[in-house]
Structure formats: structure tokens, C-alpha cells
Ligand binder design. Sequence first.
Ligand SMILES: [Zn+2]
Length: 148
Amino acid sequence: MTRTSISHGIQIIKRFRWSMAHRLTHGYKGRCASLHGHEYEVGVTVSGTMDEMGLVVDFGDVKRVCGGWIKEHFDHTTAVYEGDKALLDFLVTEEQRHYVLPFNTTAENIAIYLRERLQEALDQALDKELSIIRVTLMETPNSCVETT
Ligand SMILES: [Zn+2]
């Protein structure tokens, strides 16, 4: 491999899974207005410069940082919109793990939010210039949103 050949754009993708409950609000009328859970799966695409070893970033570092954030904040929680007072009261009263979000807990909103939080986590934890250029969030095996 020549030096020139590694100057092409390259990204790594790391996948994570977690369990989380939520319900949709803001006047949403379908089945997802009832509290329910998903086994979410996210693909995090990280772009950066390859080092002398040929690494954009160690997969293990992305696992530790991004997987750690997800485990601490999202896994086995209920994602709750801050304006959903009835659900929030229940979660607080019953001491249930929950994560308060400032928006309706759609996959679209969660994907955008997750991209921002994971970018911050990478920036804080790793001394590398990395950019999360895409988050692909699967709410079910057949329902997926992708940030661009
Ligand atoms: Zn749902």
C-alpha cells in the first residue's frame, strides 16, 4: 500500500445495542403513544485521519467511550419527554431509571441527540480529531433513521 492510497476518506463504524422504554407525545395518536420498549441498535460512523498504525481510532476506545455513555444514560431506562409530567412523576416516585429529554422521544430526535452527546464524549475522552459523521438508529430491525 502506498502512502497516497491511505489519504482517501475512511470511516469506522461501531454498533451498540441497548434496551429503553418510551412513549410518543405531542398529540401523537398511534400505538406508540402507549409506553413500550425497544431493543435499540445504533451504528456510529466516525471519520478521522489514519495514523501510522493504519488506525482512524481504536474500536476499543469507541466502545469504551460511546458504549459507556449509552450504558450509563440510556440502557434499561425510560426515555421521557420533559413535558410528559404524568410519566415523569411516576418514574421519579417509583425510583425508575429514566433519562429526561427536551423533545418528543422519536427515533429521529434520539438519533440527532445521540450524535451530539457521543461527539462530546469522544472529544472529552480521546486526544484525537474525530468526527461522528453519521448515526444510524434502528428502533426495530425494519425501522431505521439516519442522520446526515
Ligand atoms: Zn417506540
